[in-house]
Design a protein around this ligand. Sequence first.
Ligand code: C2E
Ligand code: MG
Ligand code: MG
Ligand code: MG
Length: 281
Amino acid sequence: ADVAMYVAKRNKGGYAIYDPGHDERRREHLTLLGELRHAVEHDELVLHYQPKMTLATMKVGAVEALVRWDHPVRGFIPPGEFVPFAEQTGSIGAITHWVLRRAVHQCAVWHRQGLQLRVSANVSARDLRTGESLVETLANALRVEEVPASLMCLEITESGLMEDPSSAQATLRRIRDLGVATSIDDYGTGYSSLAYIKQLPVNELKIDRAFVAGMEVDDRNAAIVRSTIELGHNLGLVVVAEGVETDHELANLQRFGCDMAQGYRFARPMPAADLEAWLKK
Ligand code: C2E
Ligand code: MG
Ligand code: MG
Ligand code: MG
């Protein structure tokens, strides 16, 4: 059976209805787990980088590192097809460890080249719960690579932050104590309250793509985006819009005073070497 399909089915929750048999499922599960472990150990994971544009200057202010699995047979597998599985099975820790070391290393390489590129990496709710190893990995990587902590940022989804608020908050605080910035990803989909958001030690708010994409067709989305930008600013946060694809969306965001934007309108995620070439243009 196709691993990617299998994961997709699981994620859609269809598995409970269509069950090809316990033994087969168990076998596929173990195969995928083994493959993932192998992938991390044998450097089959790669990071692509997508620019985060500063709207006031239209310059690249930062990049987001996004993981891909370069599978020897299946080719590139997007994170949506293996990250949720890794989160369920506990192998996300190993992936996060790899991602953080890789992202900090790349940040250091760019730093030495004189490119002041801030790099953000995504971490899972589960990583925040086992905060010890996350903070340790990050601290070690920063020390080994001799890169200023302020060049790094960690993104965590709003819904992830809601899973276990108190441990999330404690881990975020320790990340911030290192001097690393923190960001709430996919904001607007997690139903968190203002009272909760305001006490989180975060620097940045990323408005979920769904609201940005919906601005053109539905005025209510534009209202949500505009008020989220205002909210973020009132809380002293940098506000980033994700999934910006059109000139119309960009114009709206500029009018609303959004700080940064990211999306296909500017560039797709790409390998580090391609990004360097793209930056020279
Ligand atoms: P995210 O952190 O919200 O990342 C943004 C996603 O939107 C990326 O998908 C990116 O390629 C995509 N995107 C960017 N601009 C546009 C646009 O204009 N239009 C559209 N349609 N899409 C756009 P990707 O790379 O497939 O990643 C999906 C999600 O997987 C990420 O969402 C993040 O939650 C997770 N992820 C990615 N890398 C990692 C990682 O290293 N660790 C963990 N734990 N999760 C990761
Ligand atoms: Mg992100
Ligand atoms: Mg996002
Ligand atoms: Mg997302």
